[in-house]
Design a protein. Structure first.
Length: 742
């Protein structure tokens, strides 16, 4: 018995009361603008936390119990090309800068020092023309991020006055501020690149400006409403400030594509002679159903992100889910309403030559380049399958050399203030001053001789390691907790720092504290990142199993086949593997990275592979659902496997190619930004989408379906109880077709 899910009823109802539906969505849009203006800033954060109580979190809890909330450190540098710190003018200028920073207020800056106050020569460069002013921000990390803007105004004002000095600042809050500014710039770059290309592709697909503009407008609408909802949900739990980049990327990709599939099917039904309302109903029974189930697959894939005990994974995953759900809702209600209002005017503003060429296309009869490719592949299915799999596996081979990590300040564009400040501290001082590694000792009495001897051995080991700088020790008033703070002579996120802290945890501390009954924990930026890497690695198989399992169940129900979902998952994994290999080849190994304008780096951002898997698995299912829906629809009518596959490919070729180009353009727009993490994410997604829409769709799918024949739709009797949920709509009358090919 068919499952009574009436997507077509929703579409037809929206088309019958179009202005009511449009009015409701306009009200949501206006409300979203208000929510964004009033709530969004409080909903976003630069903080990244793990919720599985790793070592760094336990150490931070001990420090907070002892010293209260942790204050962020910022380091201001003052440099002169002509004077040294021994000149009175230099001293006067530093005094004025220091006074201006302290004048920001004790609620934002709680103290600092200068070389002239402390006499500490470590605050002066070897050439004596640079000095640094370390100070602490008030409140916790989030407070520092909120308040750093006032300090940056002091720095900007000093540089604008240009009295022969250059003033710069580096610290967690100022670096976070720089990352946020670059992320916003990257967002604008992605929009400026992706939207015009998407519009151009839509014009070529539809041959009419009106039909091309509608999906773009609906995609932008979905983004705005999704950001508004994020602002609301962010009052309960905060989102990473990168969530707006992800929402924009996903909103443009799926929002435009879903509208593309529905508008194209509506035009096809009208061309068959159905009246407007009947065409909308038929579109709802076919393309709208496919949109619903493909969107549901994307959501299931993204749910895997919520399993990871990391606030950045959960916030980015939740943001992507929100925009996908909104895009689905827009496509299933607002778009039918617009079609109900426009009718055939959806084809207005035709593009000369292109529109006429599209009108002459007849999918009912064999012909065209995609039809010829499909039939050639099915004529030699074994050779085609082996060749395609070989290409995908060859692309995946570099993945065996992948190294994951986290983008530090050293990956920022070279012309940013944060990078220049980092470079100065790295070359002239010790960047580890900004974020030292903190070794926390917890025991009933750390003054015990065996504990003190172990601390001494640890200090000796640290002093002998060139990766570590000077170390200082202090104890809590009750002598139950001690802190050994040591600087790292590197960007805390660089490979060298990560290796040094791993060695500290795994070898140095166990060896120096062997036989001593005391808890020794390591925290700091580097240690926190190590916990983040390890958590990501530990949960990767969990996410893979969860996403693959749920998707298999959904696709089994949708297509009433065990073979179709198994085959789809294997093909998607090939696309993911090839994408991973391309990432390593371009970013780690530097192959063609300069051609694309990408930085060559030592690592792939730790969250990118897992995030890419979830996004790709969901999005690539779009193509499978739409393509297989048309194949299944034809197979139900003809019973001819070969002709059904050929028909399915040629009838969806233009639409899927257009959709893939739009997605690739959106993702490459993100990749053209300055942040390495977004370069990697955008490039990896673009590569996988293009591979999925070409090699997978035009070679792997036809070859595999030809080899399997009727077995494609095999469902064992024991599962015949599953509800029948069609994406291809009710079975139509059987049409003529050849004999079943096996």
């Amino acid at each position: 018995m068919a499952f009574g899910f009436s997507i077509e009823g929703l579409a037809a109802g929206s088309a019958r009361r179009p202005w009511l539906v449009v009015g409701a969505w306009v009200a949501l849009l206006v409300t979203s603008f208000f929510l964004i203006a009033t709530l969004l800033s409080d909903a976003l954060t630069t903080e990244i936390r793990l919720t599985n109580d790793p070592e760094s979190e336990r150490a931070d809890a001990l420090l907070e119990a002892w010293r209260g909330e942790e204050h962020g450190t910022e380091v201001v540098s003052v440099r002169s090309e002509t004077l040294t710190v021994d000149d009175a003018a230099f001293e006067a200028y530093v005094g004025q800068i220091f006074a201006d920073i302290i004048a920001v207020g004790p609620d934002k800056v709680i103290g600092g020092t200068t070389f002239y106050q402390s006499g500490d020569e470590s605050l002066v460069s070897e050439g004596r023309n640079i000095t640094i002013l370390p100070f602490q921000m008030a409140g916790d990390e989030l407070d520092a991020d909120d308040n750093i803007g006032d300090v940056l105004k002091v720095i900007d004002r000093a540089n604008e006055e240009n009295e022969g000095f250059q003033v710069q600042i580096a610290g967690s809050a100022s670096i976070n501020h720089e990352f946020q500014e670059v992320a916003e710039k990257d967002l604008q770059t992605g929009e400026a690149f992706g939207i015009p290309i998407a519009l151009g592709v839509l014009v070529l697909v539809f041959g009419a400006l009106t039909a091309a503009i509608v999906p773009v407008i609906l995609g932008i609408l979905s983004i705005i409403i999704a950001v508004g909802l994020t602002a609301v949900f962010g009052q309960v739990f905060q989102f990473s400030f990168f969530v707006t980049n992800v929402i924009t990327m996903m909103g443009l990709a799926v929002g435009i594509d879903y509208s593309l599939f529905i508008v194209s099917r509506y035009r096809e039904e009208r061309a068959k002679g159905l009246d407007k309302q009947a065409a909308i109903h038929a579109t709802g029974a076919t393309a709208s159903r496919a949109v619903f189930f493909s969107g549901l697959t994307v959501v299931l894939a993204l749910l895997g992100m919520l399993l990871i005990p990391s606030t950045i994974f959960r916030s980015l995953g939740a943001g992507a889910i929100i925009v996908v759900v909104v895009s689905m809702a827009v496509s299933l209600t607002l778009l039918p309403a617009i079609l109900g209002i426009l009718g055939d005017r959806i084809n207005s503003l035709r593009v000369p030559f292109v529109g006429q060429a599209i009108e002459r296309i007849d999918h009912e009869h064999a012909g065209g380049i995609w039809d010829r490719i499909t039939r050639t592949v099915m004529r030699y299915p074994v050779i085609s399958l082996l060749a395609a799999v070989g290409v995908m596996l060859a692309l995946a081979i570099p993945y065996l050399d992948i190294k994951t990590g986290s983008a530090g300040v050293s990956t920022l564009p070279r012309d940013t203030d944060a990078y220049e400040s980092y470079a100065l501290l790295r070359d002239e001082f010790n960047f580890g001053l900004v974020s030292p590694t903190e070794i926390v000792l917890h025991d009933g009495d750390i003054t015990r001789p065996e504990v003190q001897e172990a601390i001494g051995r640890l200090e000796e080991r640290l002093a002998a390691d060139p990766m570590f700088g000077p170390a200082t020790f202090e104890a809590s008033p009750d002598k139950s907790t001690g802190l050994l703070s040591v600087t790292i002579n590197s960007d805390p996120m660089a490979d060298g720092a990560v290796d040094a802290v791993r060695n500290l945890r795994d070898e140095v501390i166990p060896e120096t504290f062997a036989g001593v009954d005391a808890e020794v924990l390591v925290t700091g930026v580097t240690a926190s990142n190590i916990d983040y890497y390890d958590t990501t690695a530990d949960f990767t198989p969990v996410v893979f199993i969860f996403v693959l399992g749920l998707s298999f169940v959904l696709l089994t129900i949708v297509f009433r086949s065990l073979v179709v979902p198994l085959k789809a998952m294997l093909m998607n994994l090939l696309s993911v593997g090839a994408s991973y290999g391309a990432l390593v080849l371009v970013f780690q190994k530097g192959f063609l990275n300069e051609v694309f304008g990408f930085q060559q780096v030592d690592i792939i951002e730790a969250w990118v592979p897992l995030w890419t898997f979830s996004i790709l698995f969901g999005l690539s299912m779009d193509y499978h659902v739409f393509l297989l829906s048309r194949i299944r629809e034809r197979f139900n009518q003809t019973g001819d496997n070969t002709e059904s596959v050929a028909y399915g490919v040629r009838s969806t070729a233009g639409i899927i190619t257009g959709a893939a180009l739009i997605m690739a353009a959106v993702f490459m727009g993100i990749a053209l930004g300055d942040l390495v993490m977004f370069q990697q994410m955008g490039f990896g997604l673009a590569v996988a989408v293009l591979l999925d829409a070409t090699i997978v769709r035009s070679v792997l799918v036809p070859a595999a379906m030809q080899l399997l024949g009727k077995a494609n739709w095999y469902l064992p009797p024991v599962l015949r109880w599953l509800p029948e949920i069609r994406t291809e709509g009710p079975e139509g009358p059987r049409v003529s077709g050849g004999a079943e090919a096996s």
